[in-house]
Design a protein around this ligand. Sequence first.
Ligand SMILES: C[S@@+](CC[C@H](N)C(=O)[O-])C[C@H]1O[C@@H](n2cnc3c(N)ncnc32)[C@H](O)[C@@H]1O
Length: 273
Amino acid sequence: MPFRIHSHANGSHTLVDEENGQAMHSRIGPRLEANLVYAARARIEERLSAAPDYTLYDVGLGTGSNVTATLDRIRATPAARGRLRIFSFETKPDGLGAALANLGDFPELADWAGPLEDLFRKSAADFRVGDVDVEWRLLVGDFYARMSEAPPPDDLFFDFYSPKIVPELWSYSAFARIREKIGERDARLFTYSAATPVRVHLFAAGFFVGAGVSTGVKSETTIAATRPGLLESPLSKEWLRKLETSASVAGPRFDELKIRVLNHPQWKLHSAN
Ligand SMILES: C[S@@+](CC[C@H](N)C(=O)[O-])C[C@H]1O[C@@H](n2cnc3c(N)ncnc32)[C@H](O)[C@@H]1O
């Protein structure tokens, strides 16, 4: 199997990709991470109640934990209704296959085993959760190559391996492509990384950027949005000091990107408030 199961001290499990040695989840495990960083922050179940047609990009499907944590919340919310379209992107869907073959280690997936099996075998799962029609599609291959096949998103769960390992997936030009895809819509991007270069690239690509909660492993995570009103905790000007002090931000285009960040409308909003 190209994936091996790794046990965490808290009793949870994750998959390690044998090819690159990367674990899919931090030591808090898939379910806690999925809730803290993605499902409980995005509260898609509330959005569905208010605007009943929603498109979610699940970028880096892995075991499907981020989506199934969201489905759990929808199931527990009777007011949720309408249509949820989910587009999961994944280069190695065998990770999902490995999780499905070891449901004892991923018990929180068990309730959704039917849709997950459909997704794994047919790249499509259509089902109902309460009053919500879910259309879940798997686009196998590189996210940036296949993104054009999906309609623009309302939310993105952005969960690639670390930006230190795959910086090209977290680059300025990568986020600029996502920002362009979103266009005039309201949209949010949730990710576990709070790395300064990641936030620089998000700002430079035109997103407003805020802090997400601590996971215990990360003291902060990140939520980016197309409008400041979509953020609960927008970064304040204090954060700009990181541009001076963080050695990690240096890069070939840093001077150009820094000017974009310093001129970002987020800082004007703060001084106006
Ligand atoms: C951190 S794991 C995601 C964990 C997952 N969200 C979950 O709920 O279990 C990152 C995933 O991104 C996938 N991946 C890596 N590069 C990719 C790319 N360019 N496009 C799409 N998926 C990619 C990996 O194969 C891996 O499954």
